[in-house]
Design a protein around this ligand. Structure first.
Ligand SMILES: [Ca+2]
Ligand SMILES: [Ca+2]
Length: 158
């Protein structure tokens, strides 16, 4: 049986809002086509231009478990269209693992949102936002590799 991922309409659907009118309009051109199954979307303005950008976590390639699917860093052009900047800004995220959850947080307090990612059979990973790229700095924040089967991340200041 062929389990090769096929393009589905749901991977390209986004909704934009017209705030003044308080309505949502379906925009099928806002996102690129993303194959494989996704697990999560985490939103933040990672380039500080005033427009919300996205991280989309890849969960599994249908029929190819546990091969690592692609995850995406998508930059908003300010008009609600998202460009895949993963290869330029965070190439390691293209094969981060079987991601189940992600969160944005300014971990190093430099005014730029950093990305925390976790998933199935993978460590909790921290990607610091360096402005024009992200660096995997997990080892700077943990005393060991916290690999496991993570389902969700909640960020808190304790
Ligand atoms: Ca932005
Ligand atoms: Ca930061």
């Amino acid at each position: 049986m062929d389990h090769t991922p096929k393009t589905t309409a749901i991977s390209r659907i986004a909704y934009t809002s017209t705030i003044a009118k308080g309505i949502f309009i379906r925009d099928t051109s806002a996102l690129l086509v993303m194959h494989d199954s996704k697990s999560c979307v985490a939103a933040a303005d990672f380039n500080n231009d005033g427009s919300i950008d996205l991280f989309v976590g890849g969960r599994v390639i249908p029929g190819k478990y546990p091969v690592t699917p692609k995850s995406y860093l998508l930059q908003n052009d300010g008009k609600g269209k998202f460009k895949d900047v993963t290869a330029q800004m965070a190439p390691a995220l293209q094969s981060a693992g079987m991601v189940t959850t992600a969160a944005w947080c300014d971990i190093d307090h430099d005014g730029k949102k950093d990305l925390i990612v976790a998933g199935e059979w993978m460590p909790i990973s921290i990607y610091l936002n360096k402005g024009d790229h992200f660096e995997d700095r997990t080892k700077d924040f943990f005393d060991r590799d916290y690999s496991g089967w993570w389902n969700t991340i909640t960020v808190a200041d304790i």
